[in-house]
Design a protein around this ligand. Structure first.
Ligand SMILES: Nc1ncnc2c1ncn2[C@@H]1O[C@H](COP(=O)(O)OP(=O)(O)O)[C@@H](O)[C@H]1O
Ligand SMILES: [Mg+2]
Length: 246
């Protein structure tokens, strides 16, 4: 059995169009892996495959040594689009996952409150989504994702809809949350600066059909300095890789 938490080796076609071409990588336990690539290169397609939502691919996706399966594995997903249920308060939203999994409601509430605190939203438990800003709603989505204590947390451009200032604050927040409660995260983005800000390892995807162009191990300390020379060098190198047509 592989010692990696997740092992991926996939090719994916929609009809005649190959979207993912022999994409092969692994993710280690408690790693914060970033996958960066241009718009429409196949990132969401890959996210759907590794989280077991899409099973129509060639190849293998093994989580803990078994084919990935949402019925067997505990996988959480944070989407780009706002995903709060309009008529649920924040606490109801965050406790929904554990309750669906059969947890006793009072224990689920205890966990929900802890996750709300983790994303720095204590005091907003009884708020509805319409009363929360976009950044706050993404905090709810992160709290919901954490509440089931997932083996794998897949985040697909989670801050893509946010304004630049809120996005930057959320990048700081997601690193704080991850350091406080380590989970295995696959974080997908088309924003290169964001990738270098959060990733401990970055995979660079090519344009369609996506292949893995390169891997960067980033050992700069957190929180990272956006103006640090090494930060800028890595950002530049990835930008050139993303722009290259080959
Ligand atoms: N269900 C689908 N059927 C056909 N083509 C699809 C489907 N989903 C995505 N695609 C195509 O696959 C390519 C990659 O899409 P996607 O994974 O959403 O890219 P990204 O998330 O990187 O922007 C695009 O060309 C898109 O049109
Ligand atoms: Mg996408």
């Amino acid at each position: 059995m592989s010692e990696h938490l997740l092992d991926v080796h996939v090719t994916k076609r929609f009809g005649n169009m190959t979207v993912l071409n022999d994409v092969r990588f692994h993710v280690d336990k408690n790693e914060f892996l970033v996958i960066v690539g241009p718009t429409s290169c196949g990132k969401t397609t890959l996210a759907n495959i590794i989280s077991g939502i899409d099973t129509a691919y060639d190849g293998t996706v093994q989580l803990q040594g078994q084919t990935v399966n949402p019925k067997v594995h505990n996988i959480s997903y944070v989407f780009q689009e706002p995903s709060c249920i309009p008529w649920y308060t924040m606490l109801q939203d965050v406790t929904m996952g554990p309750i669906i999994k059969g947890m006793d409601p009072s224990r689920a509430e205890e966990i929900g409150r802890r996750c709300i605190k983790l994303v720095d939203m204590a005091g907003f438990e009884n708020y509805y989504p319409r009363q929360l800003s976009g950044g706050m709603q993404q905090r709810v989505a992160i709290a919901r994702a954490y509440a089931t204590s997932p083996d794998l947390l897949v985040m697909d451009e989670p801050f893509g809809h946010l304004d630049a200032q809120t996005r930057y604050l959320m990048q700081i927040e997601i690193m704080r949350i991850w350091h406080e409660d380590k989970k295995t995260v696959v974080f997908i983005t088309n924003n290169i600066e964001e990738a270098v800000y959060v990733g401990s390892r970055i995979l660079v995807l090519s344009r369609l059909p996506a292949t893995i162009k390169d891997e960067h191990i980033i050992d700069l300390p957190y929180p990272r300095d956006l103006t640090d020379a090494e930060f800028l060098r890595i950002r530049e190198a990835i930008t050139l890789q993303c722009e290259a047509v080959d």
